[in-house]
Design a protein around this ligand. Structure first.
Ligand code: AMP
Length: 315
């Protein structure tokens, strides 16, 4: 039986946080043992947020080092950069031609931005179509993501179905893979952990930064249990153990935070060290990325040939 294929990506918009890791990135590492697949750097998605050459470059190299440091194995998964494969934007355009405005207006990310009265660029509005192209070009079985991306994977499925209906069977329908316990990792203020809320604990934080983040956790408690501290802590210790500790130290917020700092440091320190090792040889890391993009390109261009054929532009 052939191995199942996974695909996922992360936007290079700055340091990833433990929400990105537990919600999605950890699954890439765990699944690579028994799956083939693709993990990409979603730089054209990031362009909606980062419009600064040096910052973009730094972030792309940053996420590449992050991928290697968490243990992604380029022998098992193809690590590539979205902008290296122009087929993504080409396919997104084709999807645009049969996707309606009201359908895209129902996307959560668009509705949230609109509710905040933000001026929305076309790239943000169109984001689900580029993401559908990212996924469908490679025909993955599963797309491991956090809860906030569930709707986008559903959009990819809808888009595949619509294309298949109009032009004939072409795309495989992917399944989102969302782990219940970590679907929405909470941040230091009890809301979803997100760079835009400024409530994150960076995955590769230095000790002092970990301390600062933990000390800033808002300690609204119920029955002596600081629930925002607990919500983060349960990512690092089994809950039966943690419940006992929190009962024993009921009301002792400072001690509980100190224990969380210790647990975070134990978890983060080895990742941080690995990342520093990879950062010593950036050309080597970039070579891995280039090789990955070359591999991905073969699959994507083959699929696009099929698509061009189906839509009738190959004459
Ligand atoms: P992004 O930085 O938006 O590219 O996100 C990368 C991955 O992390 C996506 O699969 C997100 O769904 C996931 N993710 C982001 N924030 C969280 C969170 N707070 N909890 C769980 N997953 C998350």
């Amino acid at each position: 039986m052939s191995r199942k294929v996974l695909l996922s990506g992360v936007k290079p918009t700055g340091a990833p946080h433990i929400g990105n890791y537990f919600g999605a990135m950890k699954q890439f590492v765990d699944l690579q043992k028994e799956h083939d697949g693709y993990v990409f750097i979603a730089d054209y998605h990031a362009l909606n947020f980062i419009q600064d050459k040096e910052e973009m470059k730094k972030n792309i190299i940053g996420i590449l080092l992050d991928y290697l440091a968490i243990g992604l194995d380029p022998e098992k998964l193809t690590i590539f950069k979205q902008s290296d494969i122009f087929e993504h934007t080409e396919l997104a355009w084709i999807f645009d031609t049969f996707t309606t405005m009201p359908y895209l207006e129902r996307a959560h990310a668009y509705k949230d931005a609109k509710a905040k009265n933000k001026e929305i660029n076309v790239g943000t509005f169109n984001y689900p179509m580029l993401m559908a192209a990212d996924i469908l070009l490679y025909g993955p079985d599963i797309v491991p993501v956090g809860q906030d991306q569930k709707q986008h994977v559903e959009y990819a499925r809808d888009t595949a179905e619509k294309f298949n209906r109009i032009f004939g069977e072409t795309f495989k329908l992917p399944e989102p893979m969302i782990l219940k316990d970590v679907a929405i990792v909470l941040g230091t203020d009890g809301r979803k952990m997100s760079k835009s809320y400024n409530n994150t604990i960076p995955l590769f934080a230095e000790y002092e930064e970990i301390k600062k983040c933990v000390m800033s956790i808002v300690t609204d408690s119920s029955g002596g249990i600081p629930k925002n501290v607990y919500a983060i802590h349960k990512l690092f210790r089994p809950e039966d153990e943690l419940k006992k500790i929190y009962a024993e130290k009921s009301g002792k917020y400072k001690e509980l935070k100190e224990l969380l700092i210790e647990d975070l440091e134990k978890f983060i320190a080895p990742l941080r060290e690995k990342r520093k090792e990879f950062a010593k040889d950036i050309p080597k890391a970039l070579k891995i990325l280039k090789a990955g993009s070359e591999k991905a390109k073969i699959i994507a261009s083959r699929k696009m040939e099929e698509v061009r054929d189906k839509i009738g532009v190959n004459v």
